[in-house]
Design a protein around this ligand. Structure first.
Ligand code: ADP
Length: 294
C-alpha cells in the first residue's frame, strides 16, 4: 500500500519542518543506524582505559582544561559502546532535584518527572555530569550511592531507591585549574572514580584535529594556528585563567574558512574570549602577529 497523498505530503512537511526547527531526539536514545561516529583523535591510552572501566561499570572522571577534548572523547566512547549519552552541564544553581526529578503541577494533579540522571539510570545510558564541581553539594551527595557497589539512586522525594540498569555508567568532568579551596570535590568523592588525565594534544595531533574540524583549511594555516596556540598557552602562567584551547584553534580555523583575515580570526577566537585584561590581550596579539602578521 502506498501512503495516501495527504499523508505523504504530511511526511514531507514534517521532514522539512524538523530541518527548520532542529531534530527532536529522546535524550536516552542510543546511536541509531546511519549516525556518523564522532571524530576523535586519541592522545594516549584513554580509549583502552575507558573500555576497561566500562566493562566493570566503574565511574570515570575526565580531568583536564576546558576545550581539550573531554566531551568529544565521551561522545566517541558512547557511540563505540552503543550507549545513549545524557549530558548535564552543571552550574551553581543545579540542585539534586534537577538531576533526580521533581513533582510538577499539571492542572489539578501533581505528576512526577524524572530528571536526566534518573532517566539515564533507568535506561542504561552513560550520564555525563560536566563540571560537577560547579553544582551544589547536595547534587554531589546524590551520586555517592551510584558510584559504589550499590549502584543505586535514592529518590528521596518519592521515598524510593532505583537500582541502576546494568549498562548505566557515570562520568564526571573536572577542571583542576578552576578549583579553589572553597570549590573542590571532596577527596572522598574523588576517590570513587577512575580518573583519566587529559591535556592539550601534541602538535601533530592538534594539527590533524584542526584540519578535520575545519575542512578546507590549508595545512600551512593549520600549522601556523597550532604553533601560535602553543606559544599562547605559555602565557597561562602570567595571569590567564584559561589557556588557549584546541576548541579556540578550531574556531579560528573556521573563521578563516569563512573569509576572515587570520589575525582578526585569531583575535576573536583565541584572544578576546579568554581575557579582558588589555596587557594580556596585547601579549597574546603579539604571539598572533608573530605567526600571521605581515
Ligand atoms: P572539553 O569537553 O574538554 O571542554 P571538547 O571535547 O568540547 O572540550 O573539545 C572542544 C573541541 O575541540 C571539539 O569540539 C573538537 O572540535 C576539538 N577537539 C579537541 N580535542 C579533540 C580530539 N582529541 N579529537 C577531535 N576533536 C577534538
Amino acid at each position: 500500500m502506498f501512503p495516501a497523498p495527504a499523508r505523504r505530503h504530511e511526511g514531507i512537511m514534517k521532514t522539512a519542518t524538523s530541518r527548520l526547527r532542529g531534530v527532536e531526539r529522546d535524550i536516552v536514545q542510543p546511536p541509531q543506524a546511519g549516525d556518523v561516529a564522532p571524530y576523535y583523535e586519541a592522545q594516549g591510552n584513554e580509549i583502552a582505559v575507558f573500555e576497561a572501566a566500562y566493562r566493570k561499570r566503574l565511574p570515570v572522571m575526565l580531568k583536564g582544561p576546558t576545550g581539550c577534548g573531554k566531551t568529544r572523547f565521551l561522545e566517541y566512547m558512547a557511540f563505540q559502546l552503543k550507549r545513549p549519552l545524557v549530558t548535564v552541564s552543571c552550574h551553581e544553581d543545579l540542585t539534586s532535584s534537577d538531576l533526580v526529578g521533581r513533582f510538577l503541577l499539571e492542572g489539578a494533579e501533581t505528576v512526577w518527572q524524572d530528571g536526566p540522571l534518573t532517566q539515564a539510570v533507568k535506561a542504561g545510558a552513560i550520564c555525563y555530569l560536566d563540571e560537577i564541581v560547579e553544582a551544589r553539594t547536595d547534587s554531589t551527595v546524590v551520586i555517592h550511592s551510584l558510584t559504589d557497589h550499590r549502584r543505586r539512586l535514592t529518590v528521596e522525594k518519592k521515598g524510593q531507591e532505583i537500582e541502576a540498569h546494568e549498562d548505566f555508567m557515570l562520568v564526571i568532568s573536572y577542571n583542576p585549574g578552576y578549583q579553589t579551596v572553597l570549590k573542590d570535590l571532596k577527596p572522598s568523592t574523588k576517590q570513587r572514580f577512575i580518573a583519566i588525565n587529559f591535556d592539550f594534544p601534541s602538535e601533530d595531533i592538534e594539527r590533524k584535529i584542526v584540519v578535520n574540524e575545519a575542512p578546507g583549511i590549508t595545512p600551512e594555516i593549520a600549522h601556523q594556528l597550532v604553533t601560535a596556540g602553543r606559544k599562547a598557552r605559555l602565557l597561562k602562567d602570567h595571569g590567564l585563567e584559561e589557556a588557549t584551547s584546541t576548541r579556540a584553534l578550531v574556531y579560528a580555523a573556521n573563521m578563516i574558512n569563512a573569509g576572515l583575515d587570520p589575525v582578526a580570526a585569531c583575535q576573536v577566537a583565541m584572544v578576546n574570549p579568554i581575557t579582558d585584561d588589555e596587557e594580556l590581550a596585547e601579549a597574546l596579539m603579539e604571539v598572533v602577529q608573530a605567526h600571521f602578521g605581515t
